[in-house]
Design a protein around this ligand. Sequence first.
Ligand SMILES: [Zn+2]
Length: 367
Amino acid sequence: MNQSDRDSLAGPGPLLLVPDAVLLPEGPADGWAVTIDNGRFEAVGPADELERTHPQLPLVRLPGHLLMPGFVDAHHHLTQSFGSALAFGEPSEIFRRVWVPLEGALDEESAYTAAKLAALEAMRGGFTTVTDAGTRAGVDVDVVASAARDAGIRCVLGLVCNDAEAADDADDEDATDRPAVLEQAEKHLARYDGDPLIHPSLAVSIPEAATERTLHATARLAAEAGAVVQIHVNEHLAGVERSLVRHGLRPLEHLHSVGALGPQLLAAHATMLTPRELTLLADTGTAVSYNPVASAWKGNAVAPATSMAERGIRFGLGTDGTRGDGFRLAEAAEFAQRLAYGLATGDSSCGAGWTWLERANRGGADA
Ligand SMILES: [Zn+2]
């Protein structure tokens, strides 16, 4: 590729791109091309046809390349980059020992640097969108937005809305005053109007980290704004058992009981699901981020993703900050299903490769 082609590709178009192959929903198509304008795919079709119908467009040939939709990382923590070397070798609930203290020690500059490093790694791995589950760093979340924007990646940006400790102290579950956390949530949802790269989202670390009122209210606010609420759900045995002791319900059941399930919820992990919880996910249109590599370094289990696909449950794939390479993530998604489910049942397909490739882009975009 010459320098002028490189310069063209750095811009928003319009362009006619002619790679060796284009990845379509049915599979790779040789001799196809795409037109892009303003950074968006405008037309996809056989190269000779598009060259004939768009003679005015600057044409860039991409020999040896496959052109495909970008990968979507449905679960990331952009400000945890400096702890990547600490993943693996820790028992479950590593967040208590490593992530929360690490993020709590970040200032603006280090949070920005960590987030930008994560964003650049994601782009190198073929991701064009990352979903940040909300930083616990004591900085304005706009620092993360700036890092994503400067790197040039689309970011679903979570704002942490935890308020359970405060409510426990004040014993004010029934109080009528509107918690500050919801005012901040509303401001955050309106903050990035018209921003081409930043899509605001709300986040609750785990169901027990927010009051029932806030779980319910964040679901409603996000649904009204067309945004998602991200919550780590049913990830570890310890969390499931705490919920059972406290509420007599598993975390996902508890969220259902307070009206927090629905298309606006992006449930991270969901590794430990009962058949009833699978039905709740399917019936409510709740989305899941299946994070196969996270199961290898801190999991009690692997999400039953082949079953979720069969049940029509919406889900994408998430790196959780580890395995920032879209193809390797999709491979891990299949591999984990084979070990956790396929071996025992003689299912040597486990959804086949295309299931996981599709979940790594289109499924993630939907979730
Ligand atoms: Zn997470």
